[in-house]
Write a protein that binds this ligand. Structure first.
Ligand code: CAA
Length: 257
């Protein structure tokens, strides 16, 4: 597949997607959505790869859903096409996805970052859900995911006032896992992804599944799910190798089986 709105590369065992609509500050239109999901599905199916990074430009990770594309939609059009449902494709990717965010991550941009498994932000990153200023509300998950990341009070503040949060506040609030200098962002994210990709890929994928389960279920069910998956890991060659390597005081060499 050829891509027009994103750049798709691999760096050793890491898949890298760079949003590339600089003139529109990487606004997310339906073409971008289709291309991102297709690229991620191809990475997910490629057993040479163990983790994925999504990034934008230094000025903008993404400044939101494409306002010009959606401004004239009618209710019935939005309803019939189930506008934005396509983003669920991203949440079905089974390998870990790191969002490397520099500059603006607004509206759908913030929501895209939150659909990833964790966010590494540059010190110039700005997060926000400004949809209220357009006469609407978040539609790609912001009212739900932001609340789970930062709690009700801050999520209400962000969604109701439309204000932006800088990188320091985002880190304090638990929205991002780490903040790095802007110049190092992509390399730091790729380094983190490469570290993940060197572990046992099935163990990594099962771990992602278990952490995500905590969003969807009760603590008792989540703990039961964790234990069952943990037990299943004793069927992996990689569990035998990882524990033998520890006992033998040598680095583990995972075979991804
Ligand atoms: N959709 C479409 N085009 C966008 C855009 C968006 N979300 N954000 C920026 N652009 C375009 C601008 O229209 C402009 O294009 P032209 O040169 O053709 O006029 C170009 O990108 C550069 O933008 P600015 O000139 O505005 O750049 P700036 O540096 O002055 O401001 C900004 C940057 C503060 C991010 C400003 O662009 C902005 O406020 N953008 C919109 C942010 C927003 O409201 N996002 C939410 C969208 S709704 C949404 O996402 C719904 C949802 O829940 C999924």
């Amino acid at each position: 597949m050829t891509y027009e709105t994103i750049i798709v590369e691999t760096r050793s065992k890491v898949g890298l997607v760079t949003l590339n609509r600089p003139k529109a500050l990487n606004a997310l239109n339906s073409q971008v959505l289709g291309e991102i999901v297709a690229a991620l599905q191809a990475f997910d199916a490629n057993m040479e790869l163990g983790a994925i990074v999504i990034t934008g430009s230094e000025k903008a990770f993404a400044a939101g859903a494409d306002i010009k594309e959606m401004q004239s939609k009618s209710y019935v059009e939005a309803y019939l096409e189930d506008f934005f449902v396509g983003w669920e494709g991203l949440t079905r990717i089974r390998k870990p996805i790191i969002a490397a965010v520099s500059g603006y991550a607004l509206g759908g941009g913030c929501e895209l970052a939150m659909m990833c498994d964790f966010i590494i932000a540059s010190d110039n990153a700005k997060f926000g859900q400004p949809e209220i200023t357009l006469g609407v509300m978040p539609g790609m998950g912001g009212s739900q995911r932001l609340t789970r990341f930062v709690g009700k009070s801050k999520a209400m503040d962000m969604c109701l006032t439309g204000r932006m949060m800088d990188a320091a506040e985002a880190e304090r609030s638990g929205l991002v896992s780490r903040v790095v200098p802007a110049a190092d962002l992509v390399e730091e994210a790729i380094k983190a992804a490469a570290k993940i990709a060197d572990f046992s890929i099935p163990a990594v994928m099962m771990t992602k599944e278990a952490v995500n389960r905590s969003y969807e279920t009760t603590l008792a069910e989540g703990l039961r799910f964790e234990r069952r998956v943990f037990h299943a890991m004793f069927a992996l060659d990689d569990q035998k190798e990882g524990m033998a390597a520890f006992a033998e005081k040598r680095p583990a060499s995972f075979r991804n089986r």
